[in-house]
Design a protein around this ligand. Structure first.
Ligand SMILES: Cc1cc2nc3c(=O)[nH]c(=O)nc-3n(C[C@H](O)[C@H](O)[C@H](O)COP(=O)(O)OP(=O)(O)OC[C@H]3O[C@@H](n4cnc5c(N)ncnc54)[C@H](O)[C@@H]3O)c2cc1C
Length: 370
């Protein structure tokens, strides 16, 4: 048993590290227990596309996700200089293409919503798109909706930046130390982990899809469905890609990394936990959707394919905040969490310190599913 820890964070993904960083920056103690290795979770499998035009905000008819995403995007812009470590942030922009009339209708509805919220969402004709990015075939699209403000970052760079800053401030991050159980005691919590027991004043569960397994025995179920999402990466080619290209209805998202690889994802596969299975169906779907839009990619060699798990809540919004005094949770970020990492870490650490939920986090009350 160690001395009582002020803030024990369960999960060393980008969210857990960002919360610990926010606490340490304000002079508090933080100790992170990661069950596997850093980047073992969805952070290490993400593309790192940073978007404020959050598509899930639409169906929910609210502005909350957009606000969080917008602030996250803004903070990402200065992270490398604030942290002194390169997060490989690049303001590359993002172009959402309409391939058919239904796409166009939806994107125009979204456009109204985004513009009302003060976001940049510029409608472009196919000809305007091709004039700006000649590798896009204008005949394959009906329109494009462009944001020059959206960006990319490297999820590994983000994790290293938080880790190094945590270490510098005296924070502790233990790897391969899985938390098995959290028990309430008369004056805090007893956290039972693989390498021993820990007494903690505050516990923050940031274990993505595994969070509910830890909070449910304490009486707090966070309903989440694990969704498999596949990604592929190609051989490196000369840097020519401008913005990330997206198509809403198929979840196509393709970008070029700083090394020149083309990296992309498309569609939801079956709900499931299996990380080992990569499908040719995914490969074919992605090629079928991408090649007509960017024909020059026709003969590109794919080098690697992998799967990640998204933690999907019933209303597609995350669960962030207090469950009971001194117990907090932060999960359910689906496929858009990397964008929100810096702002969520900031707001949740402030919530913990002030013992009062920050206004921007109120819509994400983790107890709303009761
Ligand atoms: C394929 C894919 C692509 C994506 N692309 C993007 C994108 O382009 N842009 C974007 O903004 N978002 C994207 N996302 C979403 C984003 O990756 C996640 O929302 C974000 O990384 C979540 O961070 P996290 O820290 O909550 O979770 P994780 O990174 O999963 O971290 C949780 C950690 O908790 C640990 N853990 C679990 N149980 C325990 C336990 N009992 N004890 C200790 N540790 C435990 C895990 O090992 C893990 O390291 C993508 C997601 C996927 C799967």
């Amino acid at each position: 048993m160690t001395d009582k820890i002020e803030n024990l964070v369960v999960g060393g993904g980008a969210m857990g590290l960002s919360i610990a960083y926010g606490l340490m920056k304000k002079g508090r103690e933080a100790h992170v227990l990661e069950g596997a290795y850093l980047n073992a979770g969805s952070t290490g499998r993400g593309l790192g596309v940073l978007k404020e035009r959050n598509p899930y905000a639409m169906g929910n008819g609210n502005e909350d996700l957009v606000k969080l995403a917008r602030e996250g995007l803004r903070l990402h812009g200065s992270l490398s200089s604030v942290m002194g470590i390169n997060t490989f942030h690049k303001k590359s922009g993002c172009l959402i293409v309409a391939k058919n009339e239904q796409d166009l209708r939806e994107l125009r509805e979204d456009h109204e919503h985004f513009v009302k919220l003060g976001l940049k969402d510029i409608e472009m004709t196919p000809e305007e798109v091709q004039a700006k990015w000649p590798y896009i075939d204008s005949e394959s699209i009906l329109a494009g909706f462009y944001s020059p403000d959206e960006a990319n970052a490297h999820p590994f760079g983000l994790v290293w930046a938080y880790l190094e800053n945590l270490k510098r401030m005296g924070g502790k991050v233990e790897k391969e130390n899985k938390v098995k159980e959290i028990k309430k005691t008369s004056d805090g919590f007893l956290v039972k982990a693989q390498s021993g027991d820990y007494e903690a004043e505050n516990v923050i569960v940031a274990s993505a899809i595994d969070s509910s397994g830890l909070t449910e025995p304490l009486g707090y179920k966070i309903p989440m469905t694990p969704m498999r999402k596949e990604v592929l990466i190609s051989e490196a080619v000369r840097p020519f890609f401008g913005p990330t290209i997206e198509r809403l209805s198929t979840h196509l998202q393709v970008t070029q990394t700083m090394r020149g690889e083309i990296m992309g994802t498309i569609d939801w596969m079956e709900p499931g936990h299996d990380l080992s299975e990569n499908t040719t169906q995914f490969l074919n779907n992605l090629a079928d959707a991408l090649v007509p839009v960017v024909p020059v990619l026709r003969n590109l060699n794919v080098i690697r394919q992998w799967t990640g798990i998204c933690d999907l809540t019933p209303d597609e919004k995350p669960a962030i905040g207090q469950l009971e005094e001194c117990l907090y949770v932060c999960c359910g970020f689906h496929d858009y969490g990397i964008t929100m990492v810096p702002i969520v870490g900031k707001l949740l650490s402030e919530t913990i310190i002030k013992k009062k939920t920050e206004r921007m986090l109120e819509p994400f009350d983790p107890k709303r599913f009761d």
